[in-house]
Design a protein. Structure first.
Length: 457
């Protein structure tokens, strides 16, 4: 027998061997998939069901029904976990997700309203674990396909509401934070910015097409979503869609061989941004003095920056700045009749975390949840081009969205869940590629053992 020629037992082994599946489990986990779909529907439509489009509560009280629903999803995933049954342990999210949550928990020690901190952080952590566990059990590609399906349903139902119930599907009343909101489409979603985010994220999923949908179906949904996005007048989502798409396309052509150059370039960009910020700080903060800047958001941001200057190290504690009643520190920086007293967030996820966790906490969140995952997408050799492009595009969209809206580490806020989904997709993709590699090693070991047995006298 020639050196590289397979023996008869080896040929038989290859003929009878089954192809390696891409999903984490050889069988579809229908229960986990059902709970995953239910969770996504709760995130997208739950606020309508629970709150009937009412304003957020102005006190620290939690929404009991919402907590019970997410608690039920968590318990369902926990009690049916394969790892819990087999080894008596549960899978947890990666350390770069756990560290910021641990710091948020620590902030309860100095929080203005510790009860609100514990309740809100508990719900946030519960949802994050549920997202990671559901994606792990459903599998990377199947989870992407399910997410696309639920988002497509949201757009379809939104069109139906706009056409059949325009008084509900189109904003009719001006909002304190956005007086020009009248006439913007929101469909079945609570607000036009949520609808815009859903449309933009769905377009990203379908254009990178890692789940291999029908071409005709994809383009019909993309065009429908693009038009609905246009009618929402959500400038943030529209602009970020373009930036995320371009960034994702660039990353889909990225090669791991460029890692050293890319990391140096990323460090240079970060350093340049910090230098620019320090040099033009007065000019940038001067923009905040213009009341009309960023559709009124500048007035909110100036209040947050004023509080941050007075409480730079610790902040008010996680979940203890907005919506805690008369104890909220915001009332010390605004007049009693200010419209800012009626809003529920700072419309900037980073400034909201700055006033809650202080500068050290904000830096920890940025490094752990943004820098580390982007680096992982950059250097992970096992990611396919479209997978790399989609993951980077989702990260860009979610990170950028928090510059004008607040969702970062905020319970079931829609873009926060999209952000955690992107991290869970990354984690699942890396783990599944590793599992496939291990299975290939096992196959090679079996092949070698078979060859040894076949050649033994």
């Amino acid at each position: 027998m020639k050196r590289h020629e397979l023996s008869t037992p080896q040929q038989a082994l290859l003929r009878n061997s089954k192809p390696i599946k891409l999903l984490a489990s050889p069988k579809r986990d229908f229960l986990a998939e059902t709970l995953f779909i239910f969770m996504l529907c709760m995130v997208l439509f739950g606020l309508n069901i629970v709150a009937a489009r009412k304003e957020a509560l102005s006190t620290g009280e939690g929404d009991v029904f919402r907590q019970l629903v997410y608690g039920g999803i968590f318990v369902g995933l926990l009690l049916t976990s394969d790892s819990l049954k087999a080894a008596g342990r549960i899978h947890i999210p990666p350390s770069y997700v756990i560290l910021p949550l641990a710091y948020c928990l620590t902030s309860a020690a100095w929080a203005i309203e510790p009860g609100a901190t514990i309740r809100r952080l508990g719900l946030t952590a519960l949802i994050i674990w549920s997202v990671f566990e559901a994606v792990r059990r459903v599998g990377f590609l199947r989870a992407v396909s399910v997410t696309e399906g639920v988002l497509s349903l949201a757009v379809f139902l939104s069109y139906a509401v706009v056409l059949l119930l325009p008084q509900e599907g189109i904003h009719q009343v001006a909002d304190a934070a956005d007086p020009g909101i009248v006439g913007s489409w929101r469909g079945i979603l609570v607000q036009k910015n949520f609808a815009g985010a859903v449309c933009a994220v769905l377009i990203l999923f379908l254009l990178f097409d890692i789940s291999k949908k029908s071409t005709l179906w994809r383009w019909l949904v993309v065009l429908g979503s693009a038009y609905f996005l246009y009618r929402t007048n959500s400038k943030t989502s529209l602009g970020l869609l373009v930036g995320a798409l371009l960034g994702g396309l660039a990353f889909s052509r990225y090669r791991v061989a460029y890692n050293s150059v890319a990391l140096l370039g990323l460090a240079a960009v970060c350093l340049g941004a910090l230098l620019t910020l320090s040099i033009y700080w007065d000019e940038l903060t001067g923009i905040l003095e213009t009341k009309e800047a960023f559709t009124g958001r500048a007035q909110i941001w100036s209040v947050l920056l004023a509080y941050a200057q007075d409480n730079l190290l610790f902040g008010a504690g996680y979940g203890s700045f907005w919506n805690i009643g008369a104890q909220s520190p915001v009332f010390h920086y605004i007049s009693s009749n200010s419209w800012i007293s009626k809003i529920a967030s700072g419309h900037n996820g980073y400034l909201d975390l700055l006033v809650q966790l202080g500068l050290p906490g904000l830096l920890l969140v940025v490094v752990s949840l943004i820098v580390v995952p982007i680096k992982a997408v950059l250097i992970e050799a096992s990611l396919k081009p479209r997978e790399r492009g989609l993951l980077f595009a989702l990260l860009v969209f979610c990170v950028g969205h928090n510059f004008t809206e607040s969702s970062l580490l905020d319970r079931d806020m829609m873009v926060e869940v999209f952000f955690m989904l992107s991290l869970a997709f990354l984690h699942a993709a890396k783990r599944e590629h590793k599992d496939r590699f291990i299975r290939r090693l096992d196959d090679a070991r079996s092949l070698f053992q078979s060859q040894s047995c076949g050649e033994s006298p």
